[in-house]
Design a protein around this ligand. Structure first.
Ligand code: PEP
Length: 258
């Protein structure tokens, strides 16, 4: 992990209105500015709901906060008659640096397959934002011992059509579905097994530059109390955090990760 800048991304999911978003980002800024701890090692990203992005943009720009932000999803279409959707161009205009694509909750509740996830990732990159491409197995796949093959299958589909240079700049998040929001965190060894397999597949398909550049996150019940063991793994470059990112102190503890 040492060559790559660690990334800690907080996915707020469908929580916090735009006023509550301002309060949380302000608290997070205070936490990150606390000189008692070193928060400089990781890039810190918040991923609020769409309706909060404009407020977060004003706050981050106005106070020059060392926090970046992104969106939880993006349309696979460029523009036009897609009622209710939000385009990559709109998100880029709001200063988003990242877009999460293929989160398991999108895959599960909105039927998104790898082809849709792939199209969304291409849209994000074409608008100069970095996709955070989520992959990971459910409980039955894990119990059948097929978690690596399953996750690599999703990876292949989701990364189709990207050049080696593009892959080098992407973020992949390995999120075992059974560990998301359940309090059941994967062991550091479980996380490393699959993150290493993901990097191995990237090396095989796209070569060394892509494999050494791509950042691979672990996600699933990460907390300040369990982040150190996960971050000690060689192929884990950061975390995608759900529930724990809604509290500034807890997310701050994750961001310094020791
Ligand atoms: C997530 O939503 O990406 C996630 C990892 O959630 P949690 O941290 O709450 O398990």
């Amino acid at each position: 992990a040492s060559k790559r800048t660690p990334l800690m991304a907080g996915n707020w999911k469908m929580n916090l209105n735009h006023q509550e978003a301002i309060v949380l980002v302000q608290k997070l800024a205070v936490t990150l500015a606390d000189k008692k701890h070193d928060y400089s090692r990781a890039e810190v990203v918040v991923v609020p709901p769409f309706t909060d992005l404009r407020s977060v943009q004003s706050l981050v720009d106005g106070d020059r906060l060392a926090v970046r932000y992104g969106a939880q999803d993006v349309s696979m279409h460029e523009a036009g008659a897609y009622t209710g959707e939000i385009s990559a161009g709109m998100l880029a205009k709001l200063g988003c640096s990242y877009v999460v694509v293929g989160h398991s909750e999108r895959r599960e509740h909105h039927g998104e397959g790898d082809d849709v996830v792939n199209a969304k990732a291409h849209r994000a990159l074409a608008a100069a934002m970095t996709p955070i491409v989520c992959v990971g197995e459910g409980l039955s796949v894990r119990q059948a011992g097929e978690h690596v093959a399953h996750t690599l299958g999703q990876l292949d589909g989701s990364l189709a059509g990207f050049s080696a240079e593009q892959v080098a700049g992407l973020v992949v998040a390995y999120e075992p579905v059974w560990a998301i929001g359940t309090g059941e965190v994967a062991t550091p060894e479980d996380a490393q097994e699959v993150c290493a397999a993901i990097r191995g597949r990237v090396r095989e398909v796209h070569g060394d530059v892509a494999a050494d550049g791509v950042r691979i996150l672990y996600g699933g019940s990460v907390k300040a109390a369990n982040v150190a063991g996960i971050m000690a793994q060689g192929d884990v470059d950061g975390c995608l955090v759900g529930g724990a990112s809604l509290q500034a102190d807890e997310f701050g503890g994750i961001c310094r990760y020791y």
